[in-house]
Design a binder for this molecule. Structure first.
Ligand code: PBG
Length: 332
């Protein structure tokens, strides 16, 4: 580095920072509305709309979905990620509702595709929103059974593809599910449906507000997901996860949460020639919101800084609950 940089006072790094136009010209990272994916929660009509732990975020009924998606599309957002609030009465040990071709997420997909065919639709493949115990897989003898879970996850992905989902996103962290889902999609004629592998999904406390928003919180109780989601202490393991998912046919890899795992985004980006997505998860959003509401930080600036950092680390797309707000801000 010494060879490349002149020393002070010949070199004054503040020269390029002195006016806004110049700061813009030398900016190394650009945040664009086109980088955002907007996660949307879908509800039945009799489920509350408000989500107390995520101010400014709502559950939308099927009638409300197109309007919010239209708003996103008009702002330049290219894709949405749909998450259903499944009623307790539809949850079961075997997650049968997950493979129901008329479940809420499949209905939502059809409604959006019909009205806004150019908006990308991404849907999670995991069983936690459909199981009475709140785990992402099938539980046998007190354990989340990898291979039994894959059978259901594969059927779930097929039902989603049939409904018109563009990208299926296995977020369950079972071993071998990417290959199984890819093979099943291909055999059923869905060669063009993409697979976004949640390769580095950590067992994180930052999912709390999401679990409240979708009612999987109480089901899970004191249990945690550490036998399948990754240990926050590990980075090399994320490279192994990424390598496996790449070899099994993933089209994109996901790192989740985002800000506490910028090093993982960076490492995966350096290691693999495949787009890396990042999920700025619920508590990343809610903590900034809460601090902003108390006047402890400037919410908009902190959110923008967080998003640009995720991009700088190497993410090519970011799932963020702030997508609409930030799209409006960027375009202002
Ligand atoms: C389901 C899933 C979770 C999130 C996305 N998909 C929760 C979990 O794994 O418990 C969390 C997203 C967020 O916190 O915003 N497997």
């Amino acid at each position: 580095m010494k060879l490349l940089t002149a020393e002070f006072p010949q070199s004054r790094l503040r020269r390029n920072r002195q006016d806004a136009w110049c700061r813009d010209l030398v900016a190394e990272t650009q945040l664009s509305v086109k980088d955002f994916v907007l996660p949307l929660f879908i509800r039945e009509d009799d489920t509350p709309r408000e989500i107390p732990a995520m101010p400014g975020t709502f559950r939308y009924s099927l009638n409300e979905l197109v309007a919010i998606c239209k708003k996103a599309q008009d702002l330049g957002i290219r894709a949405v990620a749909l998450f259903p609030y499944t009623k307790d009465s539809l949850k079961s040990e075997d997650a049968a509702e997950a493979i129901n071709p008329d479940n809420l997420v499949c209905q939502g997909t059809r409604v959006i595709k019909e009205a806004l065919p150019e908006l990308g639709i991404i849907v999670d493949v995991a069983l936690d929103l459909y199981t009475t115990h709140g785990h992402d897989g099938i539980v046998r003898r007190g354990q989340v059974d990898n291979d039994e879970s894959i059978k259901v996850l594969t059927k779930m992905a097929l039902a989603q593809a049939k409904a018109g989902v563009d990208v299926v996103a296995p977020s369950d962290m079972m071993d071998g599910r990417i290959g199984a889902i890819r093979t099943a999609l291909d055999q059923a004629g869905y060669q063009n449906v993409r697979v976004l592998a949640y390769s580095a999904k950590y067992a994180s406390a930052y999912y709390g507000p999401f679990r409240q928003a979708l009612g999987s919180f109480s089901a899970l109780g004191k249990a945690d997901k550490r036998t399948y989601q990754m240990d926050p202490a590990n980075a090399l393991e994320a490279l192994r996860e990424g390598a496996q998912d790449l070899l099994e046919g993933a089209d994109m890899l996901m790192v989740k949460p985002a800000l506490p795992y910028l090093d993982i985004i960076y490492r995966l980006k350096e290691a693999f020639p495949i787009p890396i997505f990042a999920y700025q998860v619920s508590a990343e959003y809610s903590t900034l919101k809460a601090a902003g509401e108390r006047g402890w930080i400037d919410y908009e600036s902190a959110m923008l800084e967080s998003l640009i950092s995720i991009k700088r680390a190497g993410a090519s797309a970011i799932f963020t609950y702030a997508a609409l707000e930030m799209a409006e801000l960027i375009q202002r």
